[in-house]
Design a protein around this ligand. Structure first.
Ligand code: NDP
Ligand code: X2W
Length: 346
């Protein structure tokens, strides 16, 4: 059995990790890390875990944890993982960091967008960006995986094939994104109160959301040249789910079949990326509670643009599910182990 520790197990992403790993046949959770609930029973923090998890919450001592487990997940605020990690820890355990600390290769860009000084930039070069479908071979060899952000996962997977195949003009990409409120975490914030969110929809982080450089970096790798995007997220009154609608100009006239072939080239053998049938638009409800990302596209012949769409569960493929997918790859397990969760509907 692989022994796992979760720092930040009491947050929404950490809670989802507990839910998924509890059903993983090769993993045993040894450490339920928290900051505010140390010594409290985990099942009192999350009553859905009553009679399922008996353990108490522990602190965030990564040094102690590294001696007891094989893998550490950090589902904690930005900057925390980077402040705890060191060479000795990395020589003992593998780490999957769900925060953004090691996602962006250029430390100056990270510091500019996150407004924090990176405490351990020496580990950035070796960290592998854990978008499994694209970086699978590198993830298998990694000891530190930067689990991608929720919006970046959905955006990159929706756009990647068309950029890679040179079908769209990289300078014309616009991404409109929508997220349920679990994306903002469990911490109390006025913006996420029921009365602020219910019966409401609002844009936020317009032209300055921190996921912009992360998406740009990944799309730049796909395009083979620097890509700048417009990215606008919206908060919608749902618990879970991300929907992205992206627009780009086509470089030439292409048929439905040619674009479909581009998606199939990259995703036909991917279990967790489902390219939907013609004219079917992805919906968050069709992926809820699962590790799937549903993608599709439509060509607008009048404007010569392609509209790319993607839907996924922010807590699963956008966080904990992808983290487990990465762990499976790092330990040579079946990639989908623990993740064969069927979407919930309705
Ligand atoms: N929510 C989502 O959809 C996604 C989240 N992520 C990332 O996952 C990480 C966690 O997000 P999320 O679960 O939403 O956030 P939450 O606010 O729900 O949870 C944060 C967790 O971190 C713990 N924590 C906070 N501060 C400290 C600290 N100083 N030391 C130790 N533990 C601490 C909290 O403990 P306590 O409860 O005891 O206060 C809690 O367990 C973030 O980096 C986020 O960006 C990534 C993709 C999607
Ligand atoms: C709705 C909401 O607030 N979403 C969060 C993004 C989700 C998240 O936790 O960010 P990472 O994917 O980078 O870890 C936000 O906009 O900051």
């Amino acid at each position: 059995m692989i022994k796992a520790g979760i720092i930040g197990a009491t947050g929404y992403a950490g809670g989802e990790l507990v839910r998924i790993l509890t059903g993983h046949k090769d993993v045993e959770i040894k450490w339920y890390g928290s900051r505010s609930y140390i010594d409290k029973k985990y099942a009192e923090v999350y009553q859905n875990m009553f009679q399922i998890v008996d353990d108490k919450c522990m602190d965030d001592n990564m040094e102690a944890l590294a001696d007891q487990v094989d893998v550490i997940f950090t589902a904690t605020p930005q900057g925390l993982c980077a402040s705890l990690v060191n060479e000795e820890i990395l020589s003992k355990v593998k780490i999957v960091d769900l925060s953004a600390d090691f996602r962006i290769k250029d430390v100056a860009t990270y510091e500019e967008w996150y407004k924090i000084q990176h405490p351990t930039p020496q580990f950035i070069p070796e960290a592998v960006y854990g978008l499994c479908e694209i970086n699978r071979e590198a993830v298998k060899k990694a000891r530190l995986v930067a689990n991608p952000g929720c919006y970046p996962t959905c955006s990159t997977l929706s756009i990647y094939p068309l950029l890679k195949e040179g079908l769209i003009d990289p300078g014309t990409i616009i991404i409109d994104a929508k997220s349920g409120t679990s994306g903002a975490g469990r911490g109390a914030k006025v913006d996420n109160l029921y009365c602020e969110v219910n019966e409401n929809i609002k844009a936020y982080g317009v032209a300055n959301h921190r996921h912009t450089p992360e998406i740009e970096e990944q799309l730049s790798y796909a395009a083979g040249e620097p890509v700048l995007i417009n990215f606008t997220p919206h908060l919608v009154p749902m618990n879970r789910g991300i929907l992205i609608t992206a627009y780009a100009s086509l470089k030439k006239e292409v048929s439905y079949e040619e674009v479909k072939a581009a998606y199939d080239k990259y995703y036909a053998n991917e279990k967790f990326v489902r390219v939907l049938e013609k004219d079917v638009c992805p919906q968050t409800k069709w992926v809820e509670g699962s590790n799937y990302v549903d993608v599709n596209f439509k060509i607008d012949p009048r404007t010569k643009r392609v509209i790319m769409m993607g839907a996924m569960d922010n807590l699963v493929k956008g966080a904990a599910g992808q983290a487990v997918q990465n762990m499976n790859l790092m330990f040579g397990l079946k990639e989908s182990e623990g993740l064969e969760l069927v979407p919930m509907f309705p």
